[in-house]
Each structure stands twice: as C-alpha cells, then as structure tokens.
Design a protein around this ligand. Sequence first.
Ligand SMILES: [Zn+2]
Length: 418
Amino acid sequence: MEIDETRLNREIDALATFSDAEAPAVTRVVFSEQDGKARAWLKQRFLEAGLAVREDAVGNTFANWPGSRPDLPAVATGSHVDAIPHAGKYDGVVGVLGGLEAIRALQRSGFKPERSIELIVFTSEEPTRFGLGCLGSRLMSGTLAPSAAAALRDADGDTLETVRQRAGFSGSLESVRVTVGAYSAFVELHIEQGPMLEQEKIPLGLVTHIAAPASFRITVEGEGGHAGGRLMPGRRDALCAAAEIILAVERAALATRAIDTVGTVGICQVHPGAVNSIPSRVQLSVDLRDTDVDRRGQVQRAINAACGDVGERRGVSVTTETINADLPAQSSPEILAALTTACEAEGIGFRQMVSRAYHDSSFMARIAPIAMLFIPCRGGVSHRPDEYSSPEEISRGVRVLARALAFLAGGTENGTEG
Ligand SMILES: [Zn+2]
C-alpha cells in the first residue's frame, strides 16, 4: 500500500493553520470562524479526490466513494477536526486526513470497492463549546435527544440551535439520526493520547474496548460569613466539605484495584471566592471512567455514600447531578481480525489495547460494528501544542487502515477479487 506521506503531512500542517491560537498551538472550536474555514478547505480536498460530499443538520460531513454495490451498507472511517484551546494538530485530524489518504491510496492502486467507503468528519467531538463531547456522533446514534442537543448553551448563552444555524446548518436535528445497519463497519484511526505504544516500541494499537466516561457535578452548600468575625466552632465551610469529597473520589477509584478505573475532579468552583469570606457554595466536576460499567457504578455509589457522610458530619447539603453516563464500547471481532490481517500483510507490529479516552467510535458502536486503530504519539502527550506523531508513524496507520477498509468493503484489485 503506497501512502503519499509528503502530501498527507503537508495537509496536516495546512489544516493546523485554521486556528485561533498562535502556532504551534491549535485552537479550533466548533462553529467558530476558523472551524468554518477548516470545513471549507476539507471539502475541497474531498471533492478533489472525487468523493461525493454531504452534510447533515449538525454539520457532520460525509465524503463518499461509491462502491459497485451502493445498495449495501457502507464501510466508514473518520474522526474529528475540532481542537480544544491550545491543543496540537494531530488529535482527530490524523483520522480525517489519514482516512482521506487511505481512500486516495486505494484509488491509486486501482482498487474498486464493492461497498461504498465513506469518510465521516464528526461535529464537536470536544466538549469545549457546549460542555458535552461527541455531539455529532451522539446525535447520529440516537444517544442524545435532538431537543436536548438544541437546548445546549455555550459560554455566551447561545444555544446549539442558534449557533449551528448561524454556521449554515439549518435542517432539523431529528434528521441527523442514522439507522442501525446503515454502516457495516466503522474504523477510526487516532493518536493514542497515552505513552504505552511509544514505551513498548510497538507501531500500532488495536483497540478492543473504549472506556466509558461518566461525569457529574457535585454542589456543596454550606454557610458563608466573615473569615475573621466567624469563629471556627460551628462553621459550615463548603470548601472544607468539598475537599473531603475530592479525596473520597480518589479513594473510591483506587479501591477497585483495577488499572482501568480512573476518577478525577477537574473543576472546583468556590463561591464567593474571596480571601476573607468563608466559602458558602462549591461546585465540583467529577469524571469517572472504566471499561466495566458495573465497576464504574460501584465507584459512583462509594462517592455518593461519602457525599452523604460528609454532608451529615459537616452540616452542609450535598447534591449530585449526572451530566452524562455513557456505556463502554467493545470492538467488533471481525473488524479486529481485518486490522490484524492488514498489519500482518504490511509487516507492521501491533498489540491490542484499551482506549481510556472516549471517541466518536464510542457512539458509532451503538449503530455499527466498530474498531479503533491507535498510532503512537511522542511522550503520550495530547491536547497540548507539542503533541506529535512522526510522518512514518502516521503512514503505518494509514497503510493498515487502507488495507482494512479494502477488506471490509470487498471489491476487486487489478481485476481479481480483493
Ligand atoms: Zn480525538
């Protein structure tokens, strides 16, 4: 499989210029002006490759290479191109431009697919703007109700409904949903965003499971007052209570003794947030992930119990609101087998692994058999300007992706059955 490594990396660099941050940082928030420019640039690349391009009502973009049997469910690949503030240029992008190059490589080889091969660019994989990640794939898979999506607000108070219309996507959000069985396979190429492949010097990771994230908000209400006037006995300090809850999250995640359980408090908002004022209200954002949804439930129950205990002991009220609780996804054995065969045919080493970050594949798994292919990234670094995967590492992923797509689509190569 011949990959045009130079052009692919030139395109990765070109896409990185659509950014609201100074290079090498990339900031590309969904439906911003730069996101619009990146979308237009990408569409040109898809059209140049002879693909038929369509967009749905939330801006998910589909570039289709028609097969000889367009009546059959298509084989899909793809990822996202939105980037959190001060991110790098590979997260998501490798799966989109790598997917495009995989299709071009197959076209150059003379391959004629039986099933259509479709490249998907998902809208807002990152939760930056609306607080909820994977908006496009959640809507496609029916995981998120269109009415709930429409009502999501950004920091300016604008709803997704308003913002997407402003960006030129006006159809009904109901129409975004895709029927189960519309795709016979979905394969996402992505950087690992962790250090394992690099440390073990293994070129590719075949993802067997994607951990399930759950996030919730804990609000602690105590009693404020003057930091000097109010003496220590009888205080109901909301931040002191929150501090105990944060440690309880850590303890609960450690208690499973499972390497795949992780629990993080990433946000702590203190009200009123003044040096001479006792905190009266604190909001914590908790992120729990696991490959096993029951074990994640155990951790969540342990945290709830700790909240109850802290609330009672400290005389504060503690309420918990679930923001999202997604299901873990499992890769399809058939797609994993196709990827394994492709690695062997290309002579590229691989290992099976778990994805602890969620991806659009987590939601595509509800409507199609999925698998993911990871390439190493330097130092395991991601969501930072110094995120890096070498052209060779990316090429290896694209070669295997191209072969796997050809296998899954079926078809003919130089007149013989592929
Ligand atoms: Zn990503």
